[in-house]
Design a protein around this ligand. Structure first.
Ligand code: MN
Length: 261
């Protein structure tokens, strides 16, 4: 099995080493193509107005000066020799990718890009509590990663008629011994009104700003990814790239019936 490894924290991030450790237990045909610099929050952005530069670190190891999407595109279109990968693994992200995070996440977007190219793709993220995040924070990903990926592949997802479906896996921040198992979840929602914009003053007296990600978590009513994290489960959320809201279509169609400008 040929596996492409990528992430959004950068090729030198500790989570990439964790992902390589996990993937090495699944295959010896590993290719690493990942951004040279951190791209967290880059979403599914594609670099169109600047050239893409590539730095090679080994026979199957490339850093891309660009986004996670650029990296996957370069890997599939240029850098991976001979045969396309059978699987894309993106992560292990430093920090969870839950709820609406998936729309900002470079980690999830790299898996989206793999999916768009027809390669089964899994995003992997490690929820964390402490800052700064050290290598020990990835213990749950290390403990559960291989088994979860194997189980996902064993379900037949990725080989059958699951086109456009990627997997979003989050590991809870608990001690490994406290983790209760795996839960298949739906994407949750947070209270976005609580987004913090913090103003600071630089050394020359000018203001600058940081977006704070400490958003309030709305009480989750369903079996969401957020709830699974809280309750100490590994969360597996199937996401699909068809964003159409089919339930709205009938009312909209009726509303536009006979429409003329
Ligand atoms: Mn990240």
């Amino acid at each position: 099995m040929r596996i492409l490894l990528t992430n959004d924290d950068g090729i030198h991030a500790p989570g990439m080493a964790v992902l390589e450790e996990i993937a090495a237990q699944l295959s010896d045909d590993l290719w690493v193509v990942a951004p040279l610099e951190e791209q967290s929050g880059a979403g599914h952005s594609l670099t169109l107005s600047q050239p893409i530069r590539v730095q090679q670190f080994g026979p199957r190891r490339f850093g891309v000066r660009g986004t996670p999407t650029d990296s996957v595109m370069m890997a599939l279109g240029k850098l991976v020799d001979g045969r396309r990968p059978d699987l894309v693994l993106s992560g292990v992200n430093r920090g969870a990718n839950l709820a609406e995070d998936v729309t900002y996440s470079g980690t999830v977007s790299a898996a989206m890009e793999g999916t768009l190219a027809g390669v089964p793709s899994i995003a992997l993220s490690q929820a964390t509590i402490e800052r700064p995040v050290g290598a020990e924070a990835f213990a749950p990903a290390r403990a559960f990663g291989v088994a979860v990926i194997r189980q996902l592949l064993a379900t037949g997802w990725g080989t059958g008629g699951h086109k456009g479906v990627l997997m979003n896996v989050n590991f809870p921040p608990h001690d490994v011994a406290q983790i209760k198992g795996v839960r298949v979840t739906e994407q949750g929602f947070r209270d976005l009104g609580a987004t913090v914009i913090e103003e600071r003053i630089d050394v020359r007296g000018f203001p600058y700003y940081w977006f704070g990600l400490g958003r309030e978590i709305r009480e989750p009513g369903h079996e969401t990814d957020i709830k699974a994290m809280r309750e100490g489960y590994v969360s597996v959320t199937p996401l699909h790239l068809d964003l159409t809201h089919r339930e709205s279509m009938a009312a909209l169609t009726a509303g536009f019936e006979g429409f003329t400008r």
